[in-house]
Design a protein around this ligand. Sequence first.
Ligand code: SAM
Length: 252
Amino acid sequence: MSDHDRELSRAFDGQAEQFERAPVQTDPAALGALVAFAALPPGARLLDAGCGPGIVAEAFLAGGHSVHGVDLSPEMVRRARQRCEGFGEHARFEVGSVLDLRAGPFEAAVSRLVVHHVEDPLAFVRAQVALVAPRGVVIVSDHTTDPEPERARWHHEIERARDRTHVRTLTAGELVDVLARAGLEELRLLEEPFELDFDEWFDRGTPTLPKDEVRRRVLAGRARGFEPVPRDDGGITLRCVRALVRGVRPAA
Ligand SMILES: C[S@@+](CC[C@H](N)C(=O)[O-])C[C@H]1O[C@@H](n2cnc3c(N)ncnc32)[C@H](O)[C@@H]1O
């Protein structure tokens, strides 16, 4: 395991409880949209890459699929097992890196909110392509940044100040390119707006700067995918955009 992955594992062990409780992560409409977008064949065997506390896995299990989840964080995996225990043998979870996984072949692989934490998004997606069968589906979902470099830089510095495990948020176009470079075909992209509350978002991070300083920086700019809107109650709503990208592994 790399130093980066060891740090991720530690950080997500500490963040697991707050992550699992965050309303934005368990939003049933967003989870339903992800399952619908995946458009998997009935009863598919799915890899959940970076499964966290099993929220995404649970949505696919409820849709009649089987899930094999893998995550670097033992605490996340413990929570995933607990959350999904009612699905019996259809739900399996293990601690480890997607990059080292020996399992499959799967009919599909999904990752939500993982790409911005990995050092090499292409290697991360290629690992999933290698684990799905020919004509298997790979779905990546993550929040996005602005294609305009100055705005993306402003956004990036805020993300890094709020979460030391953050590596880089991609634009929707960059996410599509990663799937194309990984050899996937029939690519589809869906963008969805969503909102965060600044305080709730900041408080479950692993910050490198004090909250007041991050708040000041947030109010000093805007980006496509990260637009702060000050509220009358003194809070800040962040208007964000997530991308869902789907590709198909070519037939052998
Ligand atoms: C923000 S959480 C998202 C969890 C889950 N996908 C969800 O959306 O509810 C990111 C998770 O990815 C995991 N992760 C990051 N890189 C990974 C890797 N290479 N292999 C396995 N898990 C990884 C982290 O440990 C963390 O639990």
